[in-house]
Design a protein around this ligand. Structure first.
Ligand code: MTE
Ligand code: MO
Length: 321
């Protein structure tokens, strides 16, 4: 049994059948339509299966060809471990993930410092095959294992002042990248509370059915599939409910290039390159081969616009990029 299943208290015999996730899909669709995203967690849990059993494959999954596990674990962005794509896997063992604790603070009724087990144990783990589209115009298709971030956040009872959620990565000066000024450490990211609560937003603790490797953000990282990859912050040690839009690492580094929203948008170019297409690192493409792989059109919101468009109906997405 893989570690993440142990951590989440799952027995391999508890894999649920197709009917269960079809039902969950209906629930989620109904809730999204009704704008009741905050209620999804309790509905699914009350349904009896979500608390203890993994759902084999989420209905949110894409059926595109998977990126090979080798590519997904050796071609990475994780600046704390170095800026080269091969640095994170080369220096992976320098990230110490045990013991791990997570601080939950800010505008909520149940703040505290929690062990990893406290954080993960109540959650059913499912597989979601999501594309992750990097702002550097490449993308991968990865089977992530995890659960909806909203299911975690609601446990801490955010109050009415919690308009945003801020996240921070581990800061450890022994990590090779942190001895440089590549970014202003710690790595920081943030979401508006409705984005954080959206059922597509995932806390991942595994990939390809295995515990998530250090270079991919062990022991837990976000995956926000309709936003550029840098929003999917790795190795999270702090989650803060805040009233004002929090500072985020790439936005602080270059505000004209990286906005707070960072929604995948082929119509809003990065000032130095187009975002209209992406190189799909599928199958075994890795390293140099990736540079020569063919380009595919980039979809608005990475193809999730039907699910997330309502979050932005009042906004000019060219201004709030
Ligand atoms: N802490 C931290 N999280 C991070 C990054 C980083 O440098 N540090 N890079 C981001 C970027 S730019 C991308 S594209 C994705 C890459 O995730 P992957 O290596 O698992 O594919 O992680 C994101 N999360
Ligand atoms: Mo990225």
């Amino acid at each position: 049994m893989s570690d993440w299943m142990k951590i989440a208290g799952i027995r391999s015999s508890e894999i649920t059948d197709e009917a269960v996730f079809k039902k969950r899909r209906q629930l989620i669709q109904a809730s999204v339509a009704a704008g009741l995203t905050g209620m999804i967690a309790s509905d699914a849990i009350a349904d009896g299966h979500a608390l203890k059993k993994p759902i084999a494959k989420s209905p949110f999954s894409t059926d595109e060809e998977l990126t090979s596990e080798k590519t997904a674990t050796t071609y990475n962005n994780f600046y704390e471990l170095g800026t080269d794509k091969s640095d994170p896997s080369r220096h992976a063992q320098r990230l110490k993930t045990e013991p791990w604790s997570v601080v939950i603070d800010g505008e909520c009724d149940n703040p505290g410092t929690f062990t990893l087990e406290d954080i993960l144990k109540p959650h059913a783990i499912e597989e979601r095959i999501y594309r992750l589209r990097c702002v550097e115009a490449w993308s991968m298709v990865i089977p992530w294992n995890g659960f909806a971030l909203g299911d975690l956040l609601t446990r801490f009872k955010p109050n009415s002042k919690a308009k945003y959620v801020a996240f921070e990565t581990l800061q450890d000066n022994d990590l090779p990248g942190m001895q440089t000024r590549a970014l202003d450490w710690p790595y920081r990211e943030g979401l508006r509370i409705d984005e954080a609560m959206h059922p597509l937003t995932m806390m991942a603790i595994g990939m390809y059915g295995n515990t998530i490797p250090n270079q991919n953000g062990a022991p837990m990282r976000l995956v926000v599939p309709w936003k550029y990859g840098y929003k999917s912050i790795k190795s999270i040690v702090r989650i803060s409910f805040v009233e004002k839009q929090p500072p985020t690492s790439w936005n602080m580094a270059a505000p004209h290039e990286y906005g707070f929203y960072s929604n995948v948008n082929p119509e809003v170019s990065h000032p130095r390159w187009s975002q209209a297409k992406e190189r799909r690192l599928s199958g075994e493409t890795s390293g140099l081969a990736a540079l020569f792989s063919s380009k595919v059109e980039t979809n608005f919101m990475n193809g999730y616009d039907e699910e997330v468009a309502s979050l932005y109906s009042e906004m000019d997405l060219k201004k709030f990029f």
